[in-house]
Design a protein around this ligand. Structure first.
Ligand code: NAD
Length: 291
């Protein structure tokens, strides 16, 4: 199946990154969000990030202009029904994602492939509530999308070979590398990464280390490019908590219990970089640890 147009639901940090790489690869992109401000901010972010690639000689000014011309936005979700491939990248909450697919269904073309960029939610369960479980799969980009090489491709129990091959061809065209994961909670990357981040929050909660000592220990002692708390702020603490809850519920093992301190930060609305406060406060010139 030849995919020419891509509809993206959710214009947050992942949605704008996905629109960025898809447009550079020549796909027609239609980007939707419930928030008009998020749509405007996404286009501005894509423009800025493409400009940075021009200034570093990664792409030409003509390539940037061609990519920007490929991106259209719409406040109306159902407009995405005319695209060949839909990637849902809205908030990590199952009820939100389910409502999006329900609204989209009557407007889809028969050949349209539905995918979700979910970090952890069951692809099989999301697919089972649509009219096309065989044309539904997980299309999981990493953050930041223009920089990270990996895309996890997750087959639901009913996903057919044609759908999988079409999505793998898109990953190839993006110049990225696909890893195939089975549909179990949080797939591969987050199954391993999130418990490590959650353990870092427990280490803070129990007073074993400060934000700074935990992050520098893992950077200098384990050669991680970012400390786990800095990385949690980058991902979004709400997303981290949602993934831990999916692991805890889905695998029914207490080793995945979310740290109460992570819950407290989310309850405070301190979600990390996107809300300017998390384990660090980003409102000044340099990030300052909040504990
Ligand atoms: P985000 O909070 O930056 O953006 C989510 C966007 O979805 C917001 O702009 C919001 O307005 C929009 N939205 C909410 N409900 C909607 C609806 N009904 N219709 C249309 N838009 C809606 O979140 P994000 O970090 O971009 O995460 C999005 C998805 O990508 C989640 O499923 C998350 O698990 C996944 N993901 C995140 C990361 C990461 O590092 N943050 C990495 C890989 C995958």
């Amino acid at each position: 199946m030849d995919i020419k147009s891509v509809g993206i639901v959710g214009a947050g940090q992942m949605g704008n990154g996905i629109a960025h790489v898809m447009s550079l690869a020549g796909y027609d992109v239609l980007l939707n969000d419930v928030s008009g401000d998020a749509l405007k901010a996404a286009v501005a972010t894509i423009d800025r990030n493409l400009e940075r690639q021009v200034s570093r000689d990664k792409i030409s000014a003509d390539e940037k202009a061609a990519a920007m011309a490929c991106i259209k936005t719409t406040p109306t979700l159902t407009d995405l029904g005319r695209t060949d491939l839909i990637i849902e990248a809205a908030t990590e909450r199952e009820t939100v994602k389910q409502a999006i697919f329900e609204d989209l269904l009557p407007h889809l073309q028969p050949h349209t492939i539905l995918t979700s960029n979910t970090s952890s939610i069951s692809i099989t369960r999301l697919a089972s509530r649509t009219d096309r479980p065989e044309k539904f799969m997980g299309f999981h980009f990493m953050n930041p999308v223009p920089v990270m090489q990996l895309v996890e491709l997750i087959r639901g129990i009913a996903t057919d070979a044609e759908t999988f091959d079409a999505c793998r061809a898109v990953v190839d065209k993006l110049g990225k590398t696909a890893a195939t994961a089975e549909d179990f909670p949080a797939f591969i990357v987050n199954r391993i990464l999130m418990p490590m981040i959650n353990e870092a929050v427990y280490t803070l909660y129990e007073g074993v280390g400060s934000v700074q000592s935990i992050d520098s220990s893992m950077k200098l002692g384990a050669n991680h490019p970012m400390g786990p708390l800095e990385l949690a702020d980058f991902i979004g603490l709400d997303t981290c908590l949602a993934i831990m809850n999916v692991l805890h519920d889905g695998l029914a093992d207490t080793k995945y219990r979310p740290c109460p301190l992570l819950t407290k930060y989310v309850e405070a609305g301190w979600l990390g970089r996107k809300s300017e406060r998390g384990f660090y406060d980003y409102r000044g010139d340099v990030p300052v640890p909040t504990r």
